[in-house]
Write a protein that binds this ligand. Structure first.
Ligand SMILES: [Zn+2]
Length: 90
């Protein structure tokens, strides 16, 4: 029985990796489910799950818009000497 559970987990390993690493794992699951038995489909799903990266949200802030507090990360307005959130000197 343990062998069957192990083989099922091994078969769906690309889907498990995609759930952990990706925001949307549906495509990997579909390829894994329908084509995983071909071995090539399993590797396609695994490479897709490992190679695809989550998109990072980068907020660009003009240099002159103030300083970030090193304690809480709040953006202090330009010319401020202390953080408006926690009061630490910026
Ligand atoms: Zn602060």
């Amino acid at each position: 029985m343990e062998f069957v559970i192990f083989m099922v987990l091994l078969y769906f390993l690309p889907t498990i990796v995609a759930i952990v690493l990706l925001e949307d794992a549906l495509g990997v699951f579909l390829v894994n489910f329908f084509l995983g038995w071909t071995v090539i489909g399993w590797w396609v799903a695994m490479i897709w799950a490992v190679a695809e990266r989550k998109t990072l949200q980068v907020h660009r802030v003009p240099v002159s818009s103030g300083r970030f507090c090193s304690r809480c990360g709040t953006l202090a307005p330009p010319g401020a000497q202390v953080c408006p959130n926690c009061g630490r000197a910026v």
